[in-house]
Design a protein around this ligand. Structure first.
Ligand code: BTN
Length: 278
């Protein structure tokens, strides 16, 4: 161990397929397809989006990378993944019904918080639509992408980025307030392989039932962990800045905002920022 950034840091734990598989629940083990682990990749989501078009690549294929050179976030943002300390996970799934995607990224947020709590990480919250926060700093994010297909089998790639250990010399690359599990746990983050297994267990519990259950089975947990209810915020949408107070989310995952102009409105997209100036 060495002392860095004021925290004891452990030697790096490499991503390891066997270690991940050994931690999976029997149910997940029976469902999961291939687990790819890459030392470096443009983006785990891009990789699975390329594979998604190929019917021979099964639902439940997982792609992990130690480092992404072109990691992607929501709204065309860059997602920085310096080598060797974070989680970049993408999972390929398929749904017959396009409507099954409704609210999915919010449900994935709930699955991530459940996995983190099982790993002993408390105090994690959710920001609409799908940021993982800890004390208003970003711990992780979700990028759900749907691959356009002509037939009835719609592929979806679920991408999860979690900051486990951001090296201090790379922190300047990130243009928003961030935190990593290393800081939250005082230098004792959970094992990445164990945490990946917990994430996969939660995803494999959620996804097979999602077309039947939808967001309904997860929305109360989402609301419980929502950390911006009642706060002033600005929603940036289509070049406009809409000011108001975040009041919550609807049953189908829309943002409910009490707008300074127009009263209570609901939004399906946008970039929500807290207003420190109000
Ligand atoms: C966001 O908060 O804007 C979403 C970030 C999603 C990042 C993950 S990392 C794994 C997967 N591959 C990517 O290129 N993006 C997602």
């Amino acid at each position: 161990m060495n002392l860095k950034d004021g925290y004891l840091t452990r030697p790096l734990e490499a991503l390891d397929e066997l270690a991940i598989r050994n931690e999976l629940s029997p149910e997940t083990k029976s469902r999961i397809a291939e687990i790819e682990i890459h030392a470096e990749l443009d983006s785990t989501n891009s990789r699975l989006m390329r594979l998604a078009a190929c019917d021979s690549v099964p639902l439940g294929t997982v792609c992990l990378a130690e480092c992404q050179t072109q990691g992607r976030g929501r709204i065309g943002r860059v997602w920085h993944t310096p080598p060797g300390g974070n989680i970049c996970l993408s999972l390929l799934w398929r749904f017959n019904d396009f409507n099954a995607f409704s609210g999915l990224s919010l449900a994935i947020g709930v699955a991530i918080v459940r996995a983190l709590r099982t790993a002993g990480v408390e105090g994690v919250g959710l920001k609409w639509p799908n940021d993982i926060l800890w004390r208003e700093r970003k711990l992780g994010g979700i990028l759900v992408e749907v691959s356009g297909e002509a037939h009835d089998n719609h592929s979806v790639v679920i991408g999860i980025g979690l900051n486990v250990h951001i090296p201090s010399d790379r922190a300047g690359d990130i243009d928003q307030a961030w935190v990593d599990l290393n800081q939250i746990t005082g230098g004792h983050p959970p094992s990445r392989n164990q945490l990946i297994a917990l994430l996969l267990d939660e995803l494999f519990l959620l996804l097979p039932n999602y077309p039947m259950q939808g967001l309904q089975s997860h929305i109360e947990d989402w609301r419980q962990w929502h950390c911006q209810a009642g706060q002033r915020a600005v929603l940036h949408l289509g070049g406009k800045a809409i000011r108001g107070v975040v009041s919550g989310v609807s049953d189908d995952g829309l943002l409910l905002m009490d707008c300074d102009e127009g009263g209570l409105r609901q939004f399906a997209s946008g970039d929500l920022r807290l207003r420190a100036d109000d």
